[in-house]
Structure formats: structure tokens, C-alpha cells
Write a protein that binds this ligand. Sequence first.
Ligand code: PMP
Length: 441
Amino acid sequence: AHEGILRRQALRESAARTYARSLPIVPVRARGMTIEGADGRRYLDCLSGAGTLALGHNHPVVLEAIRRVIDSGAPLHVLDLATPVKDAFTTELFATLPSELADNGRIQFCGPAGTDAVEAAFKLVRAATGRSELLAFTGAYHGMTAGALAASGGAPDVRVTRLPFPQDYRCPFGTGGERGERIAARWTEYLLDDPKGGVPAPAGMILEPVQGEGGVNPAPDGWLRRMREITRDRSIPLIADEVQTGVGRTGTFWAVEHSGVVPDVMVLSKAIGGSLPLAVIVYRSELDTWQPGAHAGTFRGNQLAMAAGAATLAYVRENRLAEHAATLGARMLARLRALGADHPSMGDVRGRGLMIGIELVDPEAAPTGTATDTGESRSVPPPDPVLAAAVQQECLRRGLIVELGGRHGAVVRLLPPLTLTDEQATAVVDRLADAMRAAER
Ligand code: PMP
């Protein structure tokens, strides 16, 4: 069955097929961090549905919440009508929000995907400001629909201006050192305030508190606070895309909490649906200049996702899983950095909470980029996407699922569930270390 399924899907699925290409697994059962394939092999899952599965696969509280809705006889499809399930989800979500948004915020249900919510956020700030330009950052990923893609460095859109994201290993402005932060912030101010040739007054600025797909680049807290000041001073709505960083992943419930920044709009998806499709924006009510019906869509009332999501949010909050993620993440980061001392091909190990990236480089090749985090120039070896792909395959052989990311596809990304145990964290690093040794040969 295993080989047949893989073969048939490879023939019929689009050439854009991604995960299935590098991860030839046919999952038939899963629980917690473990996935079992049709061939009987078991894997530790550090992909977690691209960061979706805060509680891992099929967590009992999630299954129970879904069963309860089904057994209650409640309608599964209600467009966006008010229901007890929706009420419970909204109440639980608002209990987790920064108080400025919880007390005075609005929610718009957007549809199944993160990219739907990003589009809604853009539409909202454009409607509220009457402007159309957007500011986005190098290394960003916001989704695959037209507007989100343009803000991700995909299909160019004249209305999107790209600004330097400071915590970028390969960014000439630095690696998040204070000087790099200052330069990146100054550059943003300079562009905004330049009367000739700068950017026109924008409708909004969108950023990820930790860039995920871009290669796990945590935004320095000081820089985020500067972005908040810069946007506030100029009446530019600040949109935080917490699709991947939300629900405890980075060590606080929402990643913006590390810096204390309260954005004007938060884009939420992935973990808020407890493994089912759900995406929303929450925003300051002053921005709510929409007319009734201004933003609609058939699939904005997924009852099962709301129930699974509410159960997930409550479980993360009650069990302090954000703190757990911070502790275990720091432990894993320290172990991985120590491992890097023996592996010159482990270029930069970074992350926040249980969002960890290891950039693989070719130490033998001539250094390409220069990074300046303290004012001095420093050469860095070039990224090695071939080695990264080899490490991913060696991990798979050892029963560990990891994903790659970053501009060059050379960053090994770890997104384990927040329910990760100490033993599992140790197993992940052990298997990765083993895979590194095998791939380097
Ligand atoms: N924003 C961020 C930060 C993401 O990581 C992603 C998905 N990886 C998206 C938006 C898009 O979400 P979706 O794939 O559900 O459209």
C-alpha cells in the first residue's frame, strides 16, 4: 500500500507538490509527536503541520472537543452565524490577547487559511486609511494568494515596499546586534520620511515576530519596539503575522509579548484551529470602518475547528505550555550550539522557544556574505542547501521529520509540539546529531 500510494500521488499531483516530495511518508496513525507510516515505520514529527500542532497529533482534549460537537447534533456548517461553539472560541481567544486588544478589539473570521487572514488584514488597513501601499520585510512569508505572496517577495506588486529585516544572518545590516537593529530602523525611517523618492504614506506594515519560512529569524525586541514607535508616529497600522508564532510556540502566548509591542492587527491561524482549518484577524476597533458584508466568505464558521481551537488555546494556557516551550527550546538551542562547535557546517543556530533553525553552510567554500553585527565586517561561509537536503533525508532515515526553510533552503527547522517531553527533546537532538555526521561524510 505504502509504495503504491506514493507512486500514484507522485503521478497525479501537481509539479508544485512540496512536502510529499522530500518526505515520502504515508501517515496512517499519529499521536502526540509520533507519526506512523503505512509501512509500519514510526517518526518523531518536528514539522507539526508546519507549526500547526501545538498539542501534537490527535491530542485527547482536541479529539474530545470535536466529538462533543458531533455528538451534540449541532450543525457543522452555519456560514458565519453565531453559535455556542463560536462564542466559546471567541471568549477563549480574547482571554489570551494583550489587554489593549482584548478590551477594545474586534475579530473577523477570515476563512480556512493563514493567507486568507493576511488578505483580510491588508483589505482592512487599506479601507481604514484610504491608502494602498504596504511595507513588508526581506525574508518574510505571509502566504500564497496574490496580496500575501507579494508581501512575501513573490510576484512583485508595485504597492509593496520591502524593508530590511535586521535579524538576518546574511543581511548586510547585521545579525540583530544593536548596531544592525539601529541601521535597519533608520533605513525604514529614512524611506518613510524622504520627501522625494521615499515610499508614499503606507496603509500598513506587516511583520512576523519570528520569521518562520524565511529561516527562523527572531525579530530583536528593541527593533520591534522601534517599528511600533515609527508606525505609531506616522499613523501607520502595524500588522503582526502570528500565524506560525502564536499559541505559545515562541515561549510566550503571542510572540509580540516578548517585546511588549501591541500591534494594531494580529493575523492568526494554524494552531488556533487545533489542527483544523481556521484563520482570523483581531484588531483595534478604530480600524473597523468596514461596511456590513465588506468581508465575507462561505467557510468562515468551521465549528469543528473552533471547538478544537478553543480546547487547544485553553490547554496551552492552563498548562503553561508557553513557559514549557521557552524552557525546552532554550535547552535544545544550547545543545545544538554545543554540537555546532564540532560541526563547522552548522553555521548559525537560532530560535525562540520551540521554533528553532540551524543554517547549514559549506565551510570549505569561499566566504560570500559579510555580516556586521558589532560594526566589524565578518565573513560567513555560503549556505549549503545540498547538505541541508541530505541532513533532512538522514533524519528521516533515523525516524525524525524536519523541514527546511530560509532564502536558500539551507536552514533545518524544528517545530516540535509544545507538549514535547525532555526525553523527546533529547531524542530529536541525538537523531539530528547522528544525521549531521552521516550527511557530512
Ligand atoms: N503567515 C505565516 C507567518 C506563515 O508561516 C504562513 C504559513 N506557513 C502563512 C502566513 C500562510 O498560511 P497558510 O499556509 O495557512 O495560507
